[in-house]
Design a protein around this ligand. Sequence first.
Ligand SMILES: [Zn+2]
Length: 130
Amino acid sequence: MNAARTIRRVGFRKWYERELLQSHAHLVLVLLCTVGLLGSAEAYSLRLAVSSQLLVVACAIASALIGFWALRRYLYLLNHAEFVADQAVCRACDTYARWEILNPNDAGQPAPDRLRVRCKRCGHVWFIEL
Ligand SMILES: [Zn+2]
């Protein structure tokens, strides 16, 4: 529903660009968490005081958890953007992302997770699932 609102407000191309930027920002976070995890492994030593060992282990756990969350978010955002982009091609004339969103009232009550669009080139009408 958030995607539909954003596409209506800024257009499909901007939304797609933002999704890709956001997903790759999460990929950068995954890489930073990997560095944090490796740094924790490097800093850990049995010769450290117990409190320092616990601190290093806590840093490693935090890096792993944040990295796992960021990896899931990266994959979700990327796959969702590609899923929607695959539907942005007009099946009648193969034009990519040149369509206008039709008024929801034209086709009755649409689901909030789909857009009814019309190709600007040939006038073909179809639905895009979000
Ligand atoms: Zn078309």
